[in-house]
Write a protein that binds this ligand. Structure first.
Ligand code: SIN
Ligand code: CO
Length: 392
């Protein structure tokens, strides 16, 4: 349960979604990408999901951000927790690449917490997998055997915004130091208790239930409605017994209707709708984007301007591609010519790009495809001129 030399392949085989483990020096020579002041700054912003959990004189208190003032809430032992920090701070987003052995569609966000001595959110379970990386300071982590989702007998609600469970027998009970990490699969009880003021980075994963995936894909109505067909029964004589009550729905009829649902689910359109749904991240892109023309982008690229992907942007695409290369970002569909597949994937993977892809020259079909793609990504708010660029 304690891993010293982390090997992703061994990890996914032995631990992922199976059992918790402690990974010593998961991030060797760890340097915190932010500090508590940066975190407090984020917690002041509208649209950023933050909370302060405090424990004072035996009572728990929870306050939801944004915060104008921290003092009234930071009582006793307290922790400030901020969700989705990877969507705002590029170096925190870069930290998440350490778990790239798990696909991006399973990734949720990086939650960062700052906690004072003895603080924590108490013993609890989460529905999702998480890697909690220890930043500065130190924390004692305890993790137990999974709790059946149907048994809520152990649930304690010390505050309407806080779900805890009774203390549990710990399988892992260790002190984490900077760069160490703990992996916790869903439903495993865990509890962190701060030994010296510390930062923790929770790289969280999500998995939809089949019902969520089904309703999610149905909500992507642009793609799925094209594949619908209406139930028809010219074969009604074979589907039901003539003498049966008109109130009765025959098993054959039910099966036939279910088959049409499966047919819809198996359509290429449903696959696209599913991808579209899986790509949704709830990114907060700039509301008032400057819309560029292709000439602006071509000129900027020719002049060697740098373009950068915004923090948290996670494109996804299906292994199986048809006539064009299709990918999705946060529910938006992009299609490019297959001839620039490699250069597109490189662009999507890179934090920054400068100039045309290697081997491309201006005014060729391939470079035009690529520049048009960059234009679409910039105009959609997912890529931008780099910070130091004149256009910014
Ligand atoms: C924390 O960082 O304090 C909470 C992380 C967790 O247990 O989910
Ligand atoms: Co947790």
């Amino acid at each position: 349960m304690i891993i010293k030399n982390f090997d992703p392949q061994h990890f996914v085989k032995e631990y992922w979604q199976k059992k918790p483990c402690l990974i010593r020096q998961f991030v060797p020579n760890f340097v915190d990408p932010i500090d508590e002041n940066d975190l407090a700054g984020l917690a002041q912003e509208e649209g950023v999901d933050s909370r302060i959990v405090s424990h004072s004189d035996g009572a728990w208190d929870v306050h939801q951000g944004p915060f104008d003032d921290f003092e009234p809430y930071c009582k006793g032992d307290w922790a400030l927790l901020v969700q989705g920090v990877n969507n705002y701070i590029d170096d925190v987003n870069a930290l998440a690449s350490i778990v790239d052995f798990i696909p991006h569609w399973r990734f949720d966000d990086v939650m960062v917490s700052y906690s004072t001595k003895n603080a924590g959110v108490g013993a609890h379970t989460d529905q999702y997998d998480v890697f909690i990386i220890q930043g500065k300071g130190s924390r004692r982590w305890q993790v137990g055997l999974p709790i059946d989702a149907t048994t809520n007998a152990k649930l304690i609600i010390p505050h309407p915004l806080l779900k805890q469970i009774e203390d549990f027998d710990a399988l892992i009970d260790e002190v984490l130091l900077p760069g160490d990490a703990i992996y916790i699969p869903p439903q495993h009880p865990h509890k962190g208790m701060t030994l010296s003021p510390c930062l923790n980075y929770s790289l969280g994963f999500r998995a939809p239930t089949n019902l969520e995936a089904l309703t999610g894909l149905l909500d992507e109505s642009d793609s799925i409605t094209q594949a619908q067909s209406r139930y028809c029964d010219p074969d009604i004589a074979e589907l039901r017994v003539a003498s049966s009550s008109p109130m009765q729905v025959s098993t054959n009829e039910l099966n036939k209707l279910k088959d049409t649902i499966v047919e819809l689910l198996n359509s290429p359109e449903a696959e696209q709708a599913l991808l579209q749904y899986l790509s949704r991240q709830g990114l907060a892109t700039e509301q008032e984007l400057s819309l560029y023309e292709i000439a602006d982008i071509s000129e900027a690229v020719a002049q060697g301007e740098t373009f950068e992907k915004l923090p948290g942007v996670k494109p996804i695409y299906a292994e199986r591609q048809l006539h064009t290369f299709t990918f999705y970002i946060d529910g938006n569909r992009f299609e490019v010519d297959k001839s620039i597949f490699t250069q597109t994937v490189t662009l999507l993977e890179s934090r920054q790009v400068q100039g045309l892809p290697q081997g491309f020259t201006l005014q060729t079909a391939q470079s035009t495809h690529w520049l048009n793609l960059l234009l679409q990504l910039v105009n959609a708010g997912y890529w931008d001129f780099a910070e130091n660029s004149d256009q910014h």
